[in-house]
Design a protein around this ligand. Structure first.
Ligand code: NAD
Length: 330
């Protein structure tokens, strides 16, 4: 079998077009959607994200406001800023950029963002609505995953009763995906959630008609290796091979690879990471799934990059619109 490659960029573009139409309607009725991103200190990784967010917002007509606070900002000062944005009539959504400096309790600050302006869908009130129904926003990556599955399943009889296995049970990815998939009272799939303590991962993944993987295990191993090196230890090269091998995938499965692992391309005969012509470590971005081999087993699969990632960014825009409508109701 040669799997269909699920084109996340194409899906993201369709979502962006829908968002742009809704922005147009809102603006015509006198409401201007706007997203405020709060960043504390200067961080190169954050800068990449904020640039991406700014461009994405601009493309659909959402106003984007980046608020950069000094690295030394205290918890109280950051909470004051959040409070100001919560009460601002000109801001419809708020996103807190990670990482935050050590003196800030990120979770505590995130909880202070008004649920009505919570474009990341992580406030307990919005998370709770994933269970009880009636929510308007949900965490962006789970929304993206479910959207990709629904679109892929359209030709395959929908989701009712399907065996779905999720590998990874974090609050922002695995758990909300399970909650969203179980929302239908009579047409939900059967959902299994695996994690680090799962005894026989292969037993579960081989049963999956839809396999969703979100662990980032290769990157975690690489970061641990780097830390040991920094501490003066001499560890052997880490095993950075993909967690999900082809023989762990059921024939014809739909595979959604959420992970983003930034890892070296390989190690040389001395056990050192291979360098490129600039003398820097040659890096690559890969998922948790052995993509090439999995293409021979799966019926459809998301690539990394280019699968879940672009749809996640598009969902941030969709959530901004949902928040704008929610705030305008008052
Ligand atoms: P996390 O570290 O919070 O959670 C990792 C999960 O993987 C945990 O549930 C853990 O139990 C499980 N796990 C770890 N090792 C395992 C193993 N050997 N076997 C089975 N399960 C194992 O990570 P997260 O924030 O949920 O992110 C997971 C991955 O998804 C990362 O690679 C991250 O970069 C990526 N991600 C991508 C997007 C996107 O938009 N594409 C968004 C969020 C996260």
């Amino acid at each position: 079998m040669s799997a269909k490659i699920i084109d996340g960029e194409a899906v993201a573009e369709q979502i962006r077009q829908q968002v742009a139409r809704e922005v147009h309607q809102l603006v015509a009725s006198g409401i201007k959607p706007s997203l405020a991103a709060v960043q504390v200190g200067e961080n190169p990784a954050s800068k990449i994200y904020t640039n991406m967010q700014a461009k994405a917002c601009e493309a659909v007509g959402i106003e984007y406001k980046l608020i950069t606070l000094p690295e030394t900002t205290s918890q109280e000062e950051l909470l004051e800023e959040i409070n100001r944005l919560n009460h601002s009539d000109t801001i419809s959504g708020i996103i807190l950029q990670m990482p935050l400096p050590q003196q800030i309790d990120a979770r505590a600050v995130q909880m202070e963002i008004s649920p009505k302006k919570d474009v990341e869908g992580v406030h307990p009130q919005n998370m709770g609505k994933l269970f009880y129904g009636g929510g308007t926003v949900a965490p962006c990556t789970p929304m993206a995953v479910v959207e990709l599955i629904k679109r892929t399943c359209n030709n395959q009889g929908g989701l009712a009763g399907k065996e779905v296995v999720i590998v990874g049970h974090s609050e922002i990815v695995g758990k909300p995906i399970a909650a969203i998939l179980l929302q239908s009272p009579d047409a939900s799939p059967t959902v299994t959630v695996c994690h680090i303590a799962t005894r026989d991962l292969t037993f579960h993944t081989r049963r999956a008609e839809i396999l969703i993987v979100a662990t980032g295990v290769s990157q975690a191993r690489w970061l641990r290796y780097k830390q040991m090196k920094k501490a003066g230890e001499n560890p052997p090269p880490p095993d950075l091979s993909p967690l999900i091998k082809a023989d762990m995938i059921k024939d014809g499965a739909i595979v959604i690879d959420v992970a983003i692992n930034r890892i070296p391309k390989g190690f040389d005969e001395n056990g050192e990471p291979i360098k490129n012509e600039n003398g820097k470590i040659a890096m690559q971005t890969v998922g948790d799934v052995d993509f090439q081999a999995a293409c021979e087993k799966a019926s459809a699969i998301t690539p990394v990059p280019g699968g879940v990632g672009p749809v996640t960014t598009a969902m941030l825009l969709a959530n901004t619109i949902a928040c704008t409508k929610e705030s305008s109701r008052k």
